[in-house]
Design a protein. Sequence first.
Length: 116
Amino acid sequence: MRRVYAILGYASLVLAGFGAVLPLLPTVPFVILAAYFFAKGDPRIERWLLNHPRLGPHIVAWRERGAISRKGKYAALLTFAGSAIIGFVLLQPPAAYIPTAVALIGGTWIATRPTA
């Protein structure tokens, strides 16, 4: 089972890597997920993630307090807003309301998390 968790951890890191270069794919949530999988599959890599100067603080803040950095919140909320606006402009009703609904639900959840 450890091997499965390690594979899932690597897959999450690959998605995080894509998220670093693709504007609509998040990075930090996949890194947090990778840390979770590595905690069960490869503790050595989990330690590396936790001690990483850029990624570690986000993982620790999420694990300890369920907190998201202020910069992360702003980036996520701006992305949600942009996606909702694009959807509203490019789609016809009622499909145009779906991105707005997702943005409102996801944005509300993110906004209500503690700030790291």
